[in-house]
Design a protein around this ligand. Structure first.
Ligand code: MV4
Length: 496
């Protein structure tokens, strides 16, 4: 039985896990670094332990210290959240050997999916469609060139130990191959301590569609349908939704079946996600498997009604999945907007500092997952995500309107945010008709956003600023000073 869980994470995901534990009557132990003293997750947990200094390497990534602490405080299980140690198979192996339950998959599944070539050959064996390319590392330039010729340029050279965007190069022709091969190898060795690389055909302007799966430790597998995560910038997701407006029922059936087969192929248990690329003809290709809970899991929760963190804990407790596949349906549409501390009027420069003002949206069918409160410090040490807004609607139009309404209700001061850019995207024609792809933000929306920001009429700005400053003076009962910002768009006007 799990009576106490150590949460090896921080911020909003630590808070999310604490909430699930409380509802299950399980005690929670938080860890925190010196940069997170007094932070929300340490307040909400039953117990909190200082684990080291601000750099992750000295705190949230300290494997030995975390396991030692778990033993000392009699934690029955460790939940890794996402990022940090969540996909570190060495850490998971250490937890397995310590006798503490790891809330997630086995170290073997994680290790297998960590090697992108091993994952590709396993998927091929189990009839999960993969991107055309090699399933073994390429040894020499000439070997690579002949494979590239066979599948046709453009190709991608990818690090076998990579994933999530690191260690990847596009090659458009024969004569670029040699130097791209050598530099990807060098980069891979530096970043991952392994210089294996392989080749894939470049899928041009695809959508990114992923399937949530869960499995218990008795070999029962379920999928919880798809999420579309094509709105991203520099491999950082910005907006995610479920269902994908691009899928038809037949494609949905095929991709969810492929995902379940992928999970079965590596004897997976607990929650996981299979990532696919989908081209304009709705052909889909296995990309990689994320062997953890994901940031965007709430959109799946809102559409299916399943509490994924609760399921993770039940599965780790040795329970069987309590529902059949036929009991799971997609009800309505959910969209997640990630609010980042960055200045969208300054090329998305990271914005750090104290959150002098932080008011979250609320109201019907609005969920906010966040790890901050007023006076929280946004530092350079960790992810710049402040808050996740997840809205539900009967249909996509409704949930887009609701998301725009809710974004308007954020009042964030002290740091700049990307809220005006989130609104901009939700209003784009391509997004509305779901014709966007993984390149739309970088190749189209950013440029249009910059132009629009300059074109906002002074009159509109002045009226809005007057209203905002009146709001601040009356409701917040605080003089508008230079260190209270609203959003990037209004800040300069408030200074007058
Ligand atoms: C690709 C691709 C196109 N063709 N592979 C980026 C991160 C890494 N996990 C795999 N990635 C990609 N692999 C082929 N054969 C395009 C990307 C890609 C991408 C994928 C998913 C979500 C966002 C992306 C942004 C840029 C590139």
């Amino acid at each position: 039985m799990i009576r106490k869980i150590l949460i090896a994470n921080r911020g909003e995901i630590a808070v999310r896990i604490i909430r699930a534990c409380k509802e299950l009557g399980i005690k929670t132990a938080a860890i925190y670094s010196e940069a997170d003293i007094g932070s929300l997750h340490t307040i909400l947990a039953d117990e909190s332990y200082l684990i080291g200094s601000a750099p992750s390497s000295q705190s949230y990534l300290n494997k030995e210290k975390i396991i030692q602490l778990a033993k000392e405080i009699n934690a029955d299980a460790i939940h890794p959240g996402y990022g940090f140690l969540s996909e570190n198979s060495d850490f998971i192996k250490m937890v397995e050997e310590s006798g503490i339950k790891f809330i997630g998959p086995s170290s073997k599944s994680v290790e297998m999916m960590g090697s992108k070539t091993a994952a590709r050959s396993l998927m091929q064996k189990h009839k999960v469609p993969i991107v055309p390319g090699t399933t073994e590392p390429i040894k020499t330039v000439s070997e690579g060139l002949s494979f590239a010729d066979e599948i046709g340029f453009p190709v991608l050279i990818k690090a076998s130990a990579g994933g999530g965007g690191k260690g990847m190069r596009k090659v458009f022709s024969k004569d670029e191959f040699d130097s791209a091969f050598e530099s990807t190898k060098r980069e891979a060795l530096k970043a991952f301590g392994n210089d294996d690389v392989y080749i894939e055909k470049l899928i041009e302007n695809p959508k990114h569609i992923e399937v949530q799966i869960i499995a218990d430790e008795f070999g029962n597998y379920r999928h919880l349908f798809e999420r579309e995560c094509s709105i991203q910038r520099r491999h950082q997701k910005i907006i995610e939704e479920s269902p994908s407006a691009f899928l038809d029922d037949l494609t949905r059936k095929a991709i969810t079946e492929a995902a379940v087969n992928a999970a079965k192929a590596c004897n997976y248990f607990n929650a996981g996600t299979i990532e696919f690329l989908m081209d304009k003809d709705k052909k889909f290709y296995f990309l990689e498997m994320n062997t953890r809970l994901q940031v965007e899991h709430p959109v799946t929760e809102l559409v299916t009604g399943i509490d994924l963190v609760r399921e993770q804990i039940m599965i780790a407790s040795g329970e069987k999945i309590s529902f059949e596949q036929k009991d799971i349906q997609q009800n309505g549409v959910a969209i997640e907007c990630r609010v980042y501390a960055e200045d969208s009027s300054q090329g998305f420069l990271p914005s750090t500092g104290k959150l002098k003002l932080y008011k979250e949206p609320s109201g019907p069918n609005v969920r906010v997952d966040s790890g901050v409160m007023v006076n929280s410090e946004i530092t350079v040490h960790y992810d710049p995500m402040i808050s996740k807004l997840i809205c539900w609607g009967k249909n996509r139009d409704e949930v887009i309107s609701r998301s725009l309404r809710a974004l308007d209700e954020y009042y964030i001061g002290g740091v700049s945010t990307n809220i005006s850019f989130l609104k901009f995207i939700l209003n784009r024609k391509e997004f509305r008709e779901s014709s966007h792809n993984i390149n739309s933000v970088e190749q189209k929306f950013l440029k249009e956003f910059e132009e629009q920001t300059q074109n906002i009429s002074d009159n509109e700005n002045e009226i809005a600023a007057a209203i905002l400053s009146a709001y601040l003076k009356s409701k917040v009962k605080q003089k508008v000073t230079s260190d209270i910002y609203i959003t990037n768009k209004w800040r300069d006007l408030l200074y007058e």
